[in-house]
Design a binder for this molecule. Sequence first.
Ligand code: HEM
Length: 439
Amino acid sequence: MLNEHGLNIYKSGLFFFKGLIIMTTIPKDKAIDSTPALLSDGYNFIGNRCDELGTDVFETRLMMKKVICMRGEEAARVFYDTDRFNRKKAAPKRLQKTLFGEGGVQGIDGESHKNRKELFMSLMSADSIRQLLGMIGQEWELAIKKWSTLKEVILLNETEEILCRAVCRWAGVPLKDSKVSKRTKQISSMITSAGEIALDHYKGRRNRKKAEKWISGLINKVRSGKIIPGEQSALAVFAQHRDRDGNRLDERVAAVEILNVLRPTVAIGRFIVFIAHALYIYPEYRDKLLQQPEMSEWFVQEVRRVYPFFPFAAARVKKDFEWNGIHFPKGRRVLLDLYGTNHHAGTWDDPEVFRPERFKHWNGSPYNFIPQGGGDHNTNHRCAGEWATIETMKLALDYIVKKMRYNVPQQDLTIDMSNFPAIPESRFVITNVNSVSST
Ligand code: HEM
């Protein structure tokens, strides 16, 4: 489209003069509203448009509202600048009703965010993560024994149960054997329903309500002294925390935050399925993993980089600012493409190729590899559980490669990139599972 000066306003790099300031017109998506395109392009929605427009930042409309989309290391650096962006009212309501919950750490800013985040980070000491891994390891041992008696195993469902049992124990949340399946399904539904429409979405909302009620009940019992969880457990930390004025967290908000520990830990099951998928597609890495101790970390990082999980992070412009000559108006919703940044050709050679060795030379930037958000874990909204996730994945890789044998029968392993969150259609079925003794 041409503007009144005959310039194509959809392309980046064109300038117009406004007084003495040189402003770049933000490249614009051609569609009147791109919501249908978001649903069909899925994880590639921002990347496809950036490639078409020759830019890393463009404006579009989603649900008829203007949104700025960005990708890449420099964009991430700006996005995580807390002087420029806020999280209040940034995430769509439908995500709050299913995935995140309302009133939780994801949607708060400034001092209150820092204080709340401290509670999460206090759970993530090396010692505490070691304890979690110990519990997950015990569950893996039991699960592999059980799987060897089964005709077939759906890896996603089973690993979610392993993680649900372990994280509840670690978090001080009592969970009877008879309730494991029900609670795992409830938690898993919060994850899958976030991107669903109609019925499945409402099922997710219902499951969130039930889970919040369950955890609120436990918080009540802790506060009235009916149960005494481990001192440093998530249940104790969130139920007993008092702010500077001596006030407790609202019971429902505390429940949301405890679920902010349980839910994403169960979600690591998805990354474990991607590990199994990658080992199936690239079997040559099995030997490398046995021979090179560093390979385990690189492999896990490459799985987090290549496979689709969290597509975007959302924020709102805190006050008007200019970046690279582009105007960001106060209040505008901005989406940072997490998946697209991990696949950015400016940072990653052959970004679509699965090559764990690339992590030998990764520069460790907090802005170019951001599957769980970027910036600083304490002061930004970067995932509190990132280290726990990496260690849990390394443990799973160890079990899958060294402590069990299995077959991968014919099945539909297609990963539909328009599904949020994406997963192989079959959820990864394995058969003939045998445990391998370590002697
Ligand atoms: C399955 C693996 C995981 C993925 C893909 C993941 C991804 C993410 C992402 C993308 C964010 C938001 C970043 C942003 O908004 O800038 C986030 C935030 C968060 N994650 Fe994770 N996460 C995972 C595991 C975990 C685990 C294991 C925990 C806790 C035990 C956890 C706790 C949190 C919390 C509390 C936040 C909010 C942080 C804040 O708002 O300051 N996550 N995660």
